[in-house]
Ligand binder design. Structure first.
Ligand code: ADP
Ligand code: MG
Length: 590
């Protein structure tokens, strides 16, 4: 084929690929335009997960009739005039590409009216072909309707994921923007169903509750920090938002959200600053939840490095990084209680290497297990851990004589070969897990009706996921029924967990569904079981009666893999007679 210039339609479709990847990207561009137009109320309607229709209506400034045709042309924007301004951008848009791109891969209709015009105007673009501007009656503001997205790009259509996944991407986007712009009223409807609605009254915690559920929202810690430019950095920065306490974590980074100058930025080094702030406070492989809003001088950040603006670069990356890390750490430590049992002083051995004893630490489970895991890895001569390779995790444990409980967290027991310290939570997790999986394998998980059914409200995306898995839950002995929009009612739960908090168990389950979009059924079942058992197991800090202690120990002895919890962390530390003798100088070193 000889070289030739591509037709404008083809060129436009190619360019559109960068901006419009899936229904959620259309929603993003349109909502950002509405926010740029100063909207106080934004209403989003989607049908068929956005394939059939995406409509975004706002009450913003509107587009004058004589600019409507220009608005849908490529590189036409009202937000930027000179290249210099690229480095001081305060609007979400500036590339002048979104409407043109969307119009080239869908049937798009824009209806708009500005306040000082008596009537509105409408333009239709079909697969990049612009129609004429008509006069119509319309309220002040803009309505953009995008129908049959990708109807002319079948290849794109094929790349779309399942409806639930596409819908979740939209839900996720809207909930985050609703939180970032609490003074704007957001409404998201999927077909006739309202999936999300915010009041626009500025109450961020109320929106947090729709995002994470009421319980978690209540626990989130508030971060407010300002960097004073007079202290040398020469740059004013402000960080605000919410972070989870160390007791609320996720197994992935998906809930770590940063807004930079009002823009959700997904791929940034600041995620590392956030996890560093939690360093030593969380178990390995656990991540915090965070919704953080960083405001910096627009000139200090380059937003023009990615077509969808999902990345940014900072002029002084290190300063921003350490500012965020310090601010989060400070907020975290301000709330973290001091532990009752610092192992560093208890054992004084090499296990304390690397920890900073002067810092207050979070008491309880996560911390102690993180420490245990660390000890297991680093303790060469001090504490001998059962995690070492010579002890396979499925090796049985000898009969143990219970001595008692310490710190309301560990059981102490004596075996023929020394002393055992047992993490009561990890041990109980293991016990519950093996019992549940045994019943599961026999296809018989006894279930017990709750005296009073418990209702829980979930964020829309999670509700959709849960709705699809009700049968699986039923199989696990949870009788759960839809009870209203995003509301479920738990009527029965496995007998094994009777007396425990049903809503907390259910939340643990939903979290697991979130992890992976299409896990293997078998794997999913085991993971669900492990997750629920973790949530239902006794916690560190819970005093157990001696009967309970003894029962736990016996149950653990009967497990197939008593030495680790279902998530692979040790349930016990063994202080062998040999090691004790060496430590007390009764025997020479090895
Ligand atoms: P950009 O947002 O990068 O400027 P777009 O293609 O998204 O580019 O929009 C082009 C122009 O159309 C904007 O600069 C703005 O002037 C106008 N516009 C788009 N959407 C709206 C809206 N909802 N309300 C008012 N004006 C809008
Ligand atoms: Mg735009």
């Amino acid at each position: 084929m000889p070289i030739h210039l591509l037709s404008p339609e083809v060129a436009s479709q190619i360019a559109a690929g960068e901006v419009v990847e899936r229904p959620a990207s259309v929603v993003k561009e349109l909502v950002e335009n509405a926010l740029d137009a100063g909207a106080k109320s934004i209403s989003i309607t989607i049908e068929d997960a956005g394939r059939r229709l995406i409509e975004v209506a706002d009450d913003g400034s509107g587009i004058p009739a004589d600019e409507l045709a220009l608005a849908v042309s490529r590189h036409a924007t009202s937000k930027l005039a000179t290249a210099k301004e690229l480095f001081s951008i305060s609007t979400l848009g500036f590339r002048g590409e979104a409407l043109a791109s969307i119009g080239s891969v869908s049937r798009m209709t824009i209806t708009s009216r500005v306040a000082d015009s008596a009537t509105g105007a409408r333009i239709r673009v079909e697969g990049g072909q612009e129609g004429v501007v008509e006069q119509v009656g319309a309220p002040v503001g803009t309505v953009v309707q995008v129908e049959n997205l990708f109807y002319n790009v079948p290849a794109r259509l094929k790349f779309l994921k399942a409806d639930t996944t596409e819908r979740r991407a939209i839900d996720t986007f809207i909930t985050r923007y609703a939180l970032a712009y609490p003074d704007v009223r957001f409404k998201l409807a999927e077909g006739k169903k309202v999936a999300l609605q915010t009041s626009g009254d500025g109450d961020q915690r109320a929106i947090l509750a729709t995002l994470y559920g009421v319980d978690t929202a209540k626990q989130m810690l508030e971060v407010i920090a300002e960097d004073d430019p007079s202290t040398g950095s020469g740059q004013a920065m402000k960080l605000s938002g919410f972070i989870s306490p160390t007791s609320v974590t996720r197994s992935n980074r998906r809930e770590m959200t940063f807004f930079i100058n009002g823009r959700w930025v997904q791929d940034i080094p600041l995620n590392a600053a956030l996890t560093q702030a939690y360093h030593t406070l969380l178990m390995v492989g656990r991540y915090p939840l965070a919704m953080l809003f960083l405001d910096v001088d627009p000139e200090a950040v380059d937003v023009n490095v990615h077509p969808a603006k999902a990345e940014v670069r900072f002029r002084e990356q290190d300063k921003v990084f350490s500012f965020v890390q310090r601010a989060v750490r400070r907020a975290l430590l301000a709330y973290a209680p001091v532990p009752s049992l610092p192992p560093a002083t208890l054992w004084g051995g090499p296990a304390s290497r690397g920890s900073q004893p002067s810092e207050p630490r979070q008491a309880g489970l996560d911390w102690s297990m993180a420490q245990d895991a660390k000890q297991a890895e680093t303790a060469g001569t001090g504490v001998e851990s059962e995690r070492e390779a010579e002890q396979p995790e499925f090796a049985n444990i000898p009969l143990l004589r219970l001595i008692g409980q310490i710190g309301a967290t560990y059981l102490v027991a004596e075996g023929p070969d020394g002393l055992y310290l047992i993490d009561q939570h990890a041990a109980h997790e293991r016990v519950l897990f093996e019992k549940l999986m045994l019943q599961h394998d026999k296809r018989n998980i006894p279930s017990q009706a709750l005296l009073e059914p418990v209702s829980i409200t979930l964020p829309p995306a999670q509700a959709a996921l849960l709705g699809e898995q009700l049968e699986l839950l039923n199989h696990f002995g949870f009788q759960v029924e839809p009870f209203g929009p995003n509301i479920f009612q738990v009527r029965a739960m496995p007998t094994l967990f009777s007396g425990s908090d049903a809503s907390s168990a259910l939340r643990a389950l939903v979290e697991d569904f979130e992890e992976d979009e299409t896990p293997l059924q078998e794997e999913l079942e085991a993971r669900i079981a492990a997750r629920v058992c973790k949530r239902m197991a006794v916690k560190a800090g819970q005093t157990l009666s001696s009967d309970e202690q003894r029962a736990l120990l016996t149950d653990l002895e009967n497990c197939d893999s008593p030495r680790t919890c279902p998530h692979g962390r040790p349930t016990m530390i063994h202080l062998s007679v040999d090691m004790l003798e060496r430590q007390f100088g009764r025997k020479g070193p090895r």
